[in-house]
Structure formats: C-alpha cells, structure tokens
Design a protein around this ligand. Structure first.
Ligand code: ZN
Length: 134
C-alpha cells in the first residue's frame, strides 16, 4: 500500500483529457487537433480547447497476452475502446479489474496512472488509464 500512496503523491495535481471542439459543427476530438476533418478550412486554427468527459462506456475491448518487456509484469491485461459521455472514443488500458470481468457496456472512468519509469530514480511517465466506475 505504501508504494501506491507514494505513486499518488507524485501525480501532478491537475489533470485533464484535453481535446478540441470544432466551432463550426461542435464535434469533439481527442487528442487535440487544429482542424475539423468535416469543416476543414472553416475550422482551421479555430478549434476550441475542450476537456473530454472522463466517464464513459466500454465500446470494445481486447485482452493483451503479449506485450513489450516494460509491461511484462502486467500481462495479460485489457485494452478498451471507450466511448466517453461526450461521444469521443478513446483507447487505453483498463486496470483495477479482473480481465474475466471486462464487458462491453461496462461503465469506466479515466484516471492518471504511471505508465513506465526508466528504472530507479529515472523519469516516471504518466498517462491515462481506465478503471471501473462504481
Ligand atoms: Zn466541424
């Protein structure tokens, strides 16, 4: 438990899923982009910043049995495609769940978690992962 608490203390205070909203058609994109593929020139460099809703529903998933070496101690693990409540599809790892319990339609929320570190004292990278929503 102490290592988990330490990990959370190292997490930056503010965290958002930053996306873009098209000022013309209102469509939301993640990650950020500088142009809407529908409105094109009309939207170029006019895209508005938009914080993506963290809550969503599992749209599809796959269980990964083979992974790069840094993920060895994690596998097998679930990678989910989530449709957020504002309609954006985001793919990320689903954690804090038994892989047998992963289901399409499951409610999840995005959290910031450690992705990898370059060994003891090295740079720790954070990224979003999904956890089940109670
Ligand atoms: Zn648009």
């Amino acid at each position: 438990m102490s290592s988990v608490a330490k990990e959370w203390r190292e997490i930056p205070g503010r965290y958002n899923l930053e996306g873009s909203k098209c000022p013309c058609c209102g469509k939301i994109f993640f990650p950020k982009r500088n142009m809407c593929p529908i409105c094109r020139r009309e939207s170029l460099n006019n895209m508005e910043d938009h914080d993506i809703c963290r809550d969503g529903t599992v749209y599809s998933y796959s269980i990964v049995y083979d992974a790069p070496s840094f993920a060895d101690k994690l596998k097998p693990y679930a990678v989910v495609m989530v449709e957020t409540d504002d309609g954006v599809k985001i793919s990320a790892q689903l954690v804090d769940v038994d892989i047998d319990e992963v289901r399409i339609g499951m409610r999840v929320t995005a959290v910031l978690r450690k992705i990898s570190s370059d060994g003891p004292g090295g740079i720790i990278r954070y990224g979003y992962k999904f956890v089940p929503l109670d």
